[in-house]
Design a protein. Structure first.
Lengths: 505, 430
């Protein structure tokens, strides 16, 4: 430990808020947290000079452990409390999942071992594929995409591949998507070489309108012959189920397009409603949302896809097939129409183990209860908050509810102030300023793993914030929030104007 | 059901408050045909004991590297990880946090990833590093796409043997865009980038000078791909590259049948705004104290939508944390010793294998893996199956009766003996 750094920080820590230096400020040189055997000093056979100084810190084991534990205390997590981040499904992360993923037979196997030595791993993947297919009514399943956005890419490339193999890709260049969609949707369509045509939903109650859809579908071709497909999240990002989805899917299919469903909001439907039965051709899952695997401060996630019989031949490889009692990977040679490989090896296997552990724990009955409790919890919040905050769209909502700051703006209090005041009261804020269809949106997703008591306490806090906003000096009070968190509001403009992305001695 | 806190009583009270008599009224916007009749055709909920048993029964059917002599590499390596690392990443505050959108209560993740970016920048000799990508293969594809954005060119040249999995991913990503092409060999005046993997897929080590010169002559960007990050502790720093990317699994992640692993990505500062993925930057809070935030997000999909640099909206946060924690335990001397131990064990393996009748080591240079040649006509896949029957996981079969083998700091003299013993036996029997 560097003595100067220690002295510099002395007296700055308050209560449990440790002022923690960076590793390089800590290091005094000369320590090592791992005891290695002595190297023999053989003559290297690398044919190149040996690496010079790298500039890594040098610390002992207790110093490193303390560094990370102290930093961890600056984070809020689902294990701390309510985390109503809309579209993100911050539900309880069972620790049994962590335990099974660490079984040596899962953690310490290599993706290129002879298949005879990894039958249990292949069986697990096959079983997960089967569960996902059963829950969606879509028979094809590919687990390899690494995250939600990667699953979108896999889904859209599957559609692209289908048009390509059918000889239509030159004329089918357009992807339709509502303006409420996740930003990943249009970004993905562009990565697949498509053009994006956005459909406005702010004038149609937050839902896709059939007439608006038709206008977009036939805008440049009376038969919709230049449309490759559509990307729709359902339930959508306003927390609403697209009532006309079957009609819209039929129109799209008649025009020769495919329906990609963004499965980020599958928690509202799991075990109760099958997307394959409302016209979906291909969809992705976020195993880290619906199936309880931890978000880890921003990954690793996992974004498998399921698709219709028709599209299955185009999905990425590898997938697992069963022959008699044994399992193996299906290769590109066996499925020549495949779009190819989107990730080295078979996917985020460690996440598959966690997700299947959760699915087995919940079962068909438990998963259905998940959807029902998630939707019940969101509607409960909506019904108790709609008198204090502006609820723009008519209910019922699905697993998340949308509010705006329209009422509070009268007092010059904005969504950001409401969010930062929630932090002061020990909550992680809801998703703010998304979706973009209205100003000052707040998207609240409680998930099924919260009790009525927890929801009641949150409602009381939200009502208190609304009262403070309307009260004396409301703007000044809320604009200064948060006061008691490890850091107060951070200067993001400064960070972007003069980017400092690494430590410099 | 142990994960659900609501009870029938609380549900009834909530339905009263909402003003519905059944929960199905809340699902009324959904077409009737889409509802599952009753329950999905899957097993019912189960307790921890039963689920634990079912998962364990699948796990024991696999032959794992912690219980047998193990020599596979090819982009995924069997390394030691200090016990403390797993405790750190299992802290609730790291494990169950979201992407750090609210920096006031996410400084733990943000500072840890800022430190991770510093590690990657220093290891690769580059000016800036991002907060990580999915894995080495997608990082390589993103690097090629970035080079195409920077140079406005559409061809990608491969200068050395790229891991075939990486190559397949690169092909799939590029296929989406019109007029792209992958060529093998030298870049020319319409090439966006030259990709050089070193050590290459066959373990050979490449000098970067000649590749830099080719790039300077043609205006292509030099992308260096590293699939074994430990090699950076022994081999020269690739600081003459424009982009360095690759796989960080070796430091802090189990092999886990191929994922989750860690794509690292670093480049020159002048290309910073063309980078894919998340970035963490340093700033100050309202009281003037140092803090960290997600930054330069105007490159990203949630702001730019169809004009974003990539569709990526997350990183491999916990894997990056694991990497940084493991690296912190190692430090400068520990990391370099690790690299040396890997190389020395591979040298030992090469010497012993070269003595087996009918086996030849093909590499002149290598770090911790290399290619051996068996007699013509040897069915290497069958040989590997035979080895597995003897309780040894050998290397990877390559075309032409060859095998790629790796050694790490976990390889023991006894392991090498077991491999060579079993190999001699199998080859003699063939």
């Amino acid at each position: 430990m560097n003595e100067k750094t220690m002295m510099k920080n002395a007296g700055k820590t308050k209560g449990l808020h440790y002022e923690e230096p960076l590793l390089w400020e800590y290091s005094q040189g000369g320590n090592c947290g791992v005891d290695w055997p002595q190297a023999e000093g053989r003559e290297p056979r690398t044919g190149v000079p040996e690496r010079g100084k790298i500039g890594l810190p040098s610390l002992s084991e207790p110093e490193v452990l303390r560094h990370y534990v102290r930093m961890s205390t600056w984070n809020y997590s689902i294990d701390h409390g309510f985390f109503p981040l809309g579209s993100c499904t911050m539900k309880h992360n069972p620790r049994l999942n962590e335990k099974t993923a660490r079984l040596p037979g899962f953690a310490h196997i290599h993706p290129l071992q002879p298949e005879s030595t990894v039958q249990g791993a292949l069986e697990l993947m096959y079983e997960l594929q089967s569960w996902l297919s059963e829950l969606t009514g879509l028979p094809g399943a590919c687990l390899s995409p690494s995250a939600g956005a990667h699953g979108e890419l896999a889904g859209m490339m599957t559609i692209r591949r289908a048009h390509e193999q059918q000889g239509n890709i030159a004329k089918r260049r357009v992807i339709l998507t509502p303006d409420s969609s996740h930003g990943t949707n249009p970004a993905t369509a562009v990565m697949c070489g498509f053009e994006v045509r956005s459909i406005s939903t702010s004038e149609t109650g937050g839902r896709l309108g059939v007439e608006e859809f038709k206008e977009a579908l036939y805008r440049t071709d009376p038969m919709g012959g230049d449309v490759a497909g559509m990307m729709v999240t359902n339930p959508n990002t306003c927390g609403l189920f697209e009532r006309d989805i079957q009609k819209i899917a039929d129109l799209l299919h008649e025009a020769g397009g495919y329906f990609y469903c963004d499965g980020a909001n599958f928690n509202a439907l799991v075990g109760k409603v099958r997307p394959g039965d409302f016209g979906v051709d291909v969809m992705h899952f976020n195993l880290h949302k619906t199936f309880s695997t931890p978000h880890g401060g921003g990954g690793p996630g996992s974004g498998p896809i399921c698709c219709s019989e028709e599209l299955s031949r185009y999905m990425p490889v590898p997938t697992v097939v069963k022959e008699g009692d044994s399992y193996r990977f299906e290769t590109a040679e066996e499925r020549p129409d495949t779009l190819g490989t989107l990730k080295a090896f078979a996917g985020q296997f460690g996440i598959f183990v966690r997700a299947l552990t959760y699915m087995k724990s919940m079962g068909a009955d438990g998963l259905k209860q998940v959807a029902e409790d998630a939707v019940l919890n969101a509607n409960y919040l909506l019904s108790l908050l709609k008198d204090d905050y502006h609820a723009p769209f008519e209910g019922p909502c699905m697993h998340e509810c949308l509010l705006t700051d329209k009422v509070q703006k009268e007092f010059d209090v904005k969504t950001l102030d409401i969010a930062k005041t929630l932090i002061e009261y020990g909550y992680h804020p809801m998703t703010v300023y998304f979706p973009l269809v209205l100003h000052g949106t707040m998207l609240i997703e409680p998930t099924e793993t919260e009790s009525k008591a927890e929801l009641d306490a949150f409602v009381a806090t939200m009502k208190e914030i609304a009262a403070q906003a309307a009260g004396e000096n409301g703007h000044d009070k809320l604009h200064a929030m948060p006061l008691s968190s490890p850091r107060r509001r951070l200067d993001e403009v400064k960070a972007a104007r003069n980017p400092i992305l690494k430590y410099v001695d | 059901m142990r994960y659900l806190p609501q009870t029938d009583k609380s549900r009834a009270k909530m339905m009263d408050a909402i003003g519905v008599s059944s929960v199905d009224e809340l699902f009324r916007d959904i077409p009737k045909e889409a509802f599952i009749d009753g329950l999905a055709d899957l097993s019912m909920h189960k307790g921890e004991i039963e689920v634990g048993r079912e998962m364990a029964s699948m796990a024991v059917k696999n032959m794992d590297a912690s219980s047998v002599p193990f020599f596979l590499g090819a982009g995924v390596y069997n390394h030691f990880c200090p016990a403390s690392v797993d405790y750190i990443i299992q802290r609730s505050e790291f494990l169950t946090a979201y992407t750090p959108y609210q920096p006031e209560i996410a400084q733990g993740t943000l500072q840890a990833i800022f430190e991770y970016q510093t590690y990657i920048a220093r290891l690769t000799g580059q000016e800036v590093a991002n907060a990580s990508l999915y894995d080495g293969s997608t990082a390589c594809a993103e690097a090629a796409l970035m080079a195409m954005r920077v140079t406005k060119r559409k061809k990608v040249a491969l200068g050395s043997a790229l891991n075939p999995e990486y190559r397949k991913v690169l092909e799939a990503y590029l296929h989406n865009l019109d007029n792209t092409e992958i060529i093998e060999g030298n870049p020319n005046n319409d090439t966006a980038c030259l990709i050089v993997q070193s050590p290459d897929f066959f373990g050979n080590i490449h000098k970067y000078d000649q590749y830099r010169k080719l790039c300077d002559e043609t205006g292509a960007l030099l992308i260096v791909v590293i699939t074994e990050v430990v090699s950076l502790g022994l081999l020269p720093v690739p600081d003459m590259a424009d982009i360095v990317c690759g796989e960080g699994q070796s430091i802090g992640m189990p092999m886990s049948f191929g994922g989750p692993h860690l794509g690292f990505f670093a480049c020159r500062e002048k290309f910073m705004r063309q980078m894919p993925g998340r970035l963490i930057g340093m700033t100050e809070d309202a009281d003037g104290r140092r803090g960290f935030v997600l930054t330069l997000s105007t490159r990203e999909q949630h702001i730019r939508r169809e004009k974003a640099t990539s569709n990526i909206c997350t990183n491999q946060g916990l894997c990056a944390l694991s990497f940084a924690a493991h690296m912190s335990f190692l430090g400068e001397s520990g990391f370099k010793t690790l690299a040396r131990l890997n190389h020395e064990m591979a040298c030992k393996l090469a010497d012993v294998m070269a003595e087996i009748k009918g086996v030849r080591v093909l590499n002149e240079t290598f770090f911790n893996e290399f290619v051996v040649q068996f007699p013509d006509g040897t069915d290497v896949n069958a040989l590997l199956e035979d080895l597995a029957t003897c309780g040894v996981i050998g290397g990877l079969a390559l075309e032409g009766a060859k095998m790629l083998v790796a050694a790490t700091e976990l390889t023991t003299d006894e392991d090498i003996e077991a491999l060579t013993g079993a190999l001699s036996e199998v080859l003699a029997g063939a």
